[in-house]
Write a protein that binds this ligand. Structure first.
Ligand code: PLP
Length: 433
């Protein structure tokens, strides 16, 4: 169990507070204790005070194969000293990455590379508006698609704000907020109603195929196929934001799992196993609007398609292509975790539900059914946060914030899962007391 004292972490946090607003470089990195992480290997991270944690946070899901995966690091090392950045033309690495994405992702006929998921989503939404000439975008309450103005609203909302206007930030133009409409996940009628209310104005529906930003709401096939038809009939685009689900749940993304092909797909996070990367892929006729000579939608970014991100992404995809057992292993471990958690909460008579898909798991503190955001408003957030905090204090890193998901990477083992379940039992017994 890690020490509760963090003298070195405290010193770093104090220094950070003097020069970085809030002491962290992303609002959701605040963990409520002076943790500063210094190294990482496989399924483990080590803090500045030498405490070792089994990592389920996985950099919000950017770590897929495990920390410092040798195959990825080797590919990155091989680019250093070769090409850094020229900013003209295209490199072989960019072409190879686009070719690979086109090969594995059902919706991908061509691809652009970005530096992050937020950039990918911002580009996809601008493309949707540019192509259709329409102004509105539909997103779901609970879905998160990065920090860009177009989508920065209604993720985890208080009950009085859910489905209303709940911007993630001040400083967003009201016109941008008003141009994003909010629907309920797994409720096709809520989307149909918006198409009816705003005829010929919806450019796109954007969705996380599994909204992992509120844990793991599992989509019904009828819902997603209904969205596919609804968007087609209304000449709007369907965008799958696969920043978390892409590669993690299947080489071809969740679209391959559910067998429904969107018009555009966005990537980020696990694409390059911890190195900065992202992208948009989709139908060629749509993507051609990004063509700098003949198209009408600006594609810009000094670091787009940078050699390190491309090399890391290619190595990550290459590894998964050569090791399809990655999916068998992470899915089996995910099932072992969910089954174990279900047994524990049943035995302890705690109102909680283990859900997830593949290697992603959550323990909601509410009863089923859990299909949409409305169901999540019943979640006991206090218990959820206390559970994650208790686990982290015992050396199992889980972000102590409501509805945050946990990730099993390619480096976790069955023994890790069993140790986690033992600790979970202790934490839950304490919580029940
Ligand atoms: N889309 C989804 C589904 C995400 O979960 C995130 C980040 O959490 C983003 C987009 C934004 O990605 P990034 O943080 O790389 O900008």
């Amino acid at each position: 169990m890690p020490s509760s004292a963090h003298p070195r972490g405290q010193a770093i946090a104090d220094a950070a507070a003097r020069v970085i607003p809030g002491g962290v470089n992303s609002s959701t990195r605040y963990i409520g204790a002076p943790y500063s992480f210094a190294s990482a290997e496989g399924a483990y991270v080590v803090d500045a005070d030498g405490n070792r944690y089994l990592d389920y946070h996985a950099a919000f899901g950017a770590i897929l194969l495990g920390h410092n995966a040798a195959v990825v690091n080797d590919a990155v090392r091989a680019t250093i000293g070769g090409i850094d950045l020229v900013g003209l033309g295209v490199t072989e690495g960019e072409v190879a990455l686009a070719e690979r994405v086109v090969e594995i992702i059902p919706s991908a006929e061509s691809m652009i590379a970005t530096m992050s998921g937020s950039e990918a989503v911002a580009q996809a939404i601008r493309l949707a508006r540019g192509v259709t000439g329409r102004d509105l975008v539909v997103k779901f309450q609970g879905g998160f698609h990065g920090w860009s103005d177009a989508v920065a609203r209604n993720v985890i909302s208080a009950p009085d704000k859910a489905y209303g206007s709940d911007p993630l930030s001040s400083g967003i133009l009201p016109q941008a907020l008003d141009s994003t409409l909010i629907a309920e996940f797994n409720d096709l009628d809520s989307v149909t109603a918006l198409f009816d209310q705003y005829p010929d104005r919806v450019a796109a529906v954007i969705m996380e195929p599994i909204p992992h930003n509120v844990g793991a709401l599992l989509p019904t096939t009828e819902f997603v196929s209904g969205l596919r038809k609804l968007t087609e009939v209304n000449d709007a685009l369907l965008i799958f934001d696969e920043v978390i689900t892409g590669l993690r749940h299947s080489l071809g993304g969740y679209q391959e799992v559910i067998g429904i092909t969107p018009d555009l797909t966005t990537f980020g996070k696990g694409l390059a196993n911890g190195y900065a990367s992202g992208g948009v892929a989709g139908r060629r006729d749509l993507m051609e609007h990004f063509n700098g000579r003949t198209g009408d939608v600006l594609l810009a970014g000094t670091f787009n398609g940078n050699p390190i991100g491309c090399a890391a992404a290619l190595a990550t995809i290459g590894y998964l292509q050569e090791h399809p057992d990655f999916y068998e292993r992470t899915f089996a471990l995910g099932d072992r975790m969910r089954t174990g958690l279900t047994e524990i909460v049943t035995e302890l008579d705690i109102e909680a539900t283990a859900l997830g898909f593949g290697g992603v798991f959550v323990l909601y503190f509410t009863k089923p059914p859990i299909l949409g955001y409305r169901d999540l408003m019943r979640n006991n957030d206090e218990a959820y946060v206390a559970f994650h905090r208790g686990m982290t204090e015992r050396g199992f890193l889980m972000l102590p914030m409501a509805l945050k998901r946990n990730h099993i990477s390619g480096a976790h083992t069955a023994e890790d899962v069993d140790r986690t379940l033992d600790a979970a039992r202790d934490v839950l017994v304490e919580l029940r007391a």
